[in-house]
Design a protein around this ligand. Sequence first.
Ligand SMILES: C[S@@+](CC[C@H](N)C(=O)[O-])C[C@H]1O[C@@H](n2cnc3c(N)ncnc32)[C@H](O)[C@@H]1O
Length: 244
Amino acid sequence: MNLPPRHRLVMTEDGSTTLHSELFDESCHSTAGAREETRVHYLQGCHVEEWLTQNSIMHILEVGFGTGLGWQETHLFAQKITNAFLNFVSLELDEDLVKWALPEATRHQDGKRLWYQQDFPRAQLKVIIGDARITVPQWFEHLEKFHAIYQDAFSPRKNPTLWTTEWFALLGQLSHPGARLATYSASISIRKALHAAGWGVYPGEAFARKKASTRAQWKCPSDPDLLIELAKHPTPALKDLEKA
Ligand SMILES: C[S@@+](CC[C@H](N)C(=O)[O-])C[C@H]1O[C@@H](n2cnc3c(N)ncnc32)[C@H](O)[C@@H]1O
């Protein structure tokens, strides 16, 4: 199938591919390895194995479906290790990406809500189409509370509205207490935004050329050393100026 419009395919160093978006002028993954980055930041960062082996169901929310790699890796992994049910919900602005990555998914529409769905023996995937800041409130009463969130929007510089205090507060409302959020970004402004929204924030693993990333847990304490470090920086938390 042809690539989605305004995207080009990029080979990464672990042999997996990613897409580069013309609109955001950014790739969906690190060129050091799309698959490896997904495993380190999201599967390990959100303790997916631990949860799936100890519970009968896991609800995961992904911010940015992109190429579908986050879903594919999580589904493959879940099938191998457990009988638990995986409920994976992803948010995506660009419908063309979803048509390309999920040719067998069914398109659904109910009023303003538009989504693609695919059912598997022990998993369900839903990709909600539209600007996540608009679709999440529309979906509120139709979504379960999540155990894990893959915060995988484009970078705060290119895609700032999905890294703000208001956005992270919205994600908190969708989360169980103790739910884990993982992201590749280690920027001061997004760590401050997470903390201001009520997430306990702590440093995450390094990957490739990035020395750190960020992990968070809903309604949990932050790492005290990290808070001291954040207080030293004048950079403020990112705010959504349209919503503030
Ligand atoms: C870094 S990529 C996601 C990569 C993906 N997790 C994967 O495994 O391929 C970021 C995605 O967020 C989407 N996006 C950007 N702004 C958005 C918004 N406001 N609402 C929903 N999706 C958005 C982009 O279209 C892009 O596909």
